[in-house]
Design a protein around this ligand. Structure first.
Ligand code: SF4
Ligand code: SF4
Length: 465
């Protein structure tokens, strides 16, 4: 049995027959739009410029996923820095919680790359090529898909998507690697070329076709807002006390609200919602409806701000509480996690040493009777230059230590693993164990001592048959 058809529109971006309702928001120039445009262009410069910035000879940001090394603000986190990364991630999440509790979805409307590029780059280009109200010239007419102006728009979109894809990849591979890739033929490096092509295609599809669906379907932040916001959070809101009951008449009837039901706030909304229905998951707090409504209020000579930044409690006429549990608990947690991060970062050694046992057999008895232990040593160099690490096994002087590379040379921000072999006579072991210390030093004063138990045969007890 088929499910009953939904009655009426269930989503602003869905027609009643289930087809896509293309949102073509009408531009609403106004003071908020002007402010957002300045912020957007500065952010575009920031997003594109950041991978080129160096701090202390390192990139300001480089997320080297294959090597699991993350450089953030000139500090490199190696795969062994799990605690630091966990503290940093927890701090970022708490900061998002705090920011949302105080300022609502300001990030979505003002700073998210999805909003910034769509509203201030791709849509203006669309209006430039297709005219008027975001595509009314071509997109609204049937059979115009291959109109030369639309094809020209796609070409410009493709060029911008290529630029953004290269910028995006620079965050993960670094600008030097990217410049090298760009100068090579795709046949010489097919995998990076494929990554770049797929990234370009994703960006092109997102801004050409998927658009507001990214905010409504793909991004989890809108769904989080139900728990992140409270009645005191700053939100873009319609003042229903002032606006209702609505009337379409310009002459305000007795008892009528200020809303003249013109629909300007709906036609300008990039997610197609009606802000008058209250706070909705689809609202990205872009302020376009504020500008649209203020223009209408000017025309009907009513005060501006029928739609404005406010809070649920302020609109309901309830007192504002600046101090509420979440704006106390979140900062305290943030100070705790951020403080732990800073202390851990500042007190960490200039090298990270891990001593591991052989992955295969615990020990081997050689033909001459000596007991051989394989010891794996992993060194992560967090210093500012390449270092040579001298390895000494204290307590194995009676035997032989074979180290293929000693001292071990490790580049800055690199991680290397070496194996050494310690050969000792069976008499050196007591109950199958020989405690030693792995001492690692550099000429620059680094020193580390790690206790380690070598393994050997357990001598048969005198009572054994
Ligand atoms: S309701 Fe207003 S603030 Fe929310 S997304 Fe639509 S235009 Fe932007
Ligand atoms: S723009 Fe203002 S006046 Fe027009 S429908 Fe929206 S809230 Fe009412």
């Amino acid at each position: 049995m088929s499910a009953p058809a939904a009655r009426g529109r269930v989503l602003p971006t869905l027609n009643e027959d289930g087809s896509r309702n293309w949102i073509r928001p009408k531009p609403s120039p106004g003071p908020w739009w002007a402010r957002r445009r300045v912020v957007a262009y500065l952010l575009m410069i920031f997003f594109i410029g950041l991978p080129h910035v160096q701090i202390g000879g390192k990139p300001a940001i480089l997320l080297d996923v294959p090597r699991r090394q993350f450089t953030i603000l000139g500090t490199t986190f190696l795969p062994t820095d799990t605690l630091l990364l966990m503290l940093l991630l927890a701090s970022v999440i708490i900061a998002i919680f705090l920011f949302s509790a105080l300022f609502g979805r300001v990030w979505c409307g003002w700073a998210c790359p999805q909003t910034v590029y769509l509203e201030f780059l791709y849509r203006p280009i669309e209006r430039l090529f297709e005219g008027g109200r975001s595509g009314s010239l071509v997109m609204d007419r049937k059979g115009q898909h291959f109109h030369p102006r639309r094809l020209a728009k796609y070409l410009v979109y493709l060029a911008i998507s290529l630029l953004l894809a290269h910028t995006f990849l620079a965050y993960f591979v670094g600008v030097e690697t990217l410049e090298r890739w760009v100068q090579l033929s795709p046949a010489q490096h097919p995998t990076p070329f494929l990554v770049m092509a797929v990234t370009t295609a994703l960006i092109f599809t997102d801004f050409t076709w998927f658009r507001e669906q990214t905010c409504l379907i793909a991004c989890p932040y809108g769904r989080w807002q139900s728990v992140l916001l409270d009645q005191q959070s700053l939100v873009v809101a319609y003042d229903y006390n002032r606006g209702e009951p609505r009337t379409r008449s310009r002459e305000q009837a007795d008892g009528a609200g200020d809303c003249i039901d013109c629909g300007a706030c709906v036609t300008t909304c990039p997610t197609g919602i009606d802000i008058r229905n209250g706070l909705q998951m689809e609202c990205v707090h872009c302020t376009q409806c504020m500008d649209a409504c203020d223009t209408i209020m000017d025309k009907v000579e009513r005060p501006r701000g029928l739609i404005r930044y406010s809070s649920g409690d302020a609109l309901a006429g309830k007192p504002q509480h600046r101090l509420r549990p979440r704006v106390v608990i979140y900062p305290l947690a943030l100070v705790l996690f951020l403080g732990a991060f800073v202390v851990t970062l500042r007190t960490r050694a200039s090298a990270d040493i891990t001593v591991l046992r052989s992955q295969a057999e615990p020990f081997r008895v050689e033909a001459d009777g000596r007991v051989a232990n394989q010891v794996r040593i992993r060194i992560g160099n967090r210093g500012s230059q390449t270092e040579e690490y001298q390895i000494v096994v204290v307590g194995a002087e009676a035997g032989t230590v074979i180290a293929p590379e000693n001292p071990l040379r490790v580049d800055r921000d690199a991680l290397r693993t070496t194996s050494i072999f310690v050969l000792l006579p069976p008499s050196a072991f007591s109950a199958g164990l020989r405690p030693v210390t792995i001492r690692i030093t550099t000429a620059n004063g680094f020193a580390s001592e790690t206790p380690f138990n070598l393994l050997g045969p357990v001598a048969p007890s005198p009572e054994s048959p």
